[in-house]
Design a protein around this ligand. Structure first.
Ligand SMILES: Nc1ncnc2c1ncn2[C@@H]1O[C@H](COP(=O)(O)OP(=O)(O)OP(=O)(O)O)[C@@H](O)[C@H]1O
Length: 249
């Protein structure tokens, strides 16, 4: 049997809460404490699942349930404290609005830097440059020599999506970022995502949009305060998620 493209086993990550607690005047005067606690919590715990080649998985869960953190660990930009997330093949992650671009560099420099970090040679980037910029649209095209920080959030996500999906990596991770693009661009992105799926790519999508999840994902993973509570057909997962939301849990 073919090995899974994404293999996650017993994965967990612990964060500091860095909460400041209220202090009495007595404590401040006599103990001189800053009030910062070192309390920690598990943002994800005991997460295990496999994703096969060509699967489209939607990650569902309320705010703060751990969706973005899980995606970052699959992308390899954050390391777990327990267990592991292994990806067979390269990953194209669109997990932050800026796509990891640097604000002080021009948009053009960022394309070369980011594509280079994903393993493309200068010549390969030269060949794909026009395609990347054309897909991102005329506003982006006209601003390629501007510092990236001057791009609007919509322009940033246009360029990042265009670049990431042009890299042609077998695994594509998309966080909520597409919501920033305007309607016309979102439709263009959806069409591209559909053709990537037809081409056999593996898609991992985080979204609060039921419409998007139903359109792209066959399978759903439901995270609830850092625990994977359901892994099954997307319609069943959405059903349970909505029932929980209606019940206020
Ligand atoms: N670097 C960090 N340090 C401390 N806590 C963090 C860090 N990153 C995330 N968290 C916390 O971990 C939990 C999960 O966050 P995460 O961003 O993964 O949730 P999410 O499901 O993507 O939420 P949303 O739907 O609101 O985007 C939250 O309680 C968040 O505050």
């Amino acid at each position: 049997m073919a090995k899974p493209v994404i293999e996650v086993r017993d994965l967990g990550i612990e964060f500091f809460r860095s909460r400041r607690r209220r202090m009495s005047l007595r404590e401040i005067v006599f103990k001189g404490q800053s009030g910062a606690t070192t309390e920690t919590f598990w943002a994800l715990k005991n997460i295990s699942f496999d994703v096969g080649r060509g699967e489209a998985v939607g990650l569902v869960g309320g705010n703060g349930s751990g969706k973005s953190t899980l995606l970052k660990m699959i992308a390899g930009v954050m390391l777990p404290d327990e267990g592991y997330a292994t990806v067979r093949g390269k990953v194209a992650p669109l997990i932050e609005l800026t796509g990891g671009f640097l604000g002080e560099l021009t948009a053009r420099e960022n394309v070369y830097l980011a594509a280079g970090l994903h393993g493309l040679t200068k010549r390969q980037i030269d060949e794909r440059y026009d395609e990347i910029v054309d897909f991102a649209g005329p506003q982006v095209q006209n601003g390629m020599d501007m510092p990236f920080r001057h791009f609007s959030s919509g322009m940033q996500v246009r360029l990042a999506f265009s670049l990431i999906t042009t890299l042609d990596q077998p695994v594509v991770l998309v966080d909520e970022v597409l919501a920033v693009g305007d309607r016309a661009f979102r439709e263009k992105c959806y069409t591209r995502m559909e053709s990537m799926l037809e081409g056999g790519k593996t898609l991992f999508l985080v979204s609060h949009s039921e419409h998007d999840l139903k359109r792209f994902a066959d399978r759903g993973l439901y995270l609830k305060t850092g625990t994977l509570v359901q892994d099954g057909p997307i319609l069943d997962v959405l059903d349970r998620y909505h029932r929980d939301a209606d019940a206020g849990s």
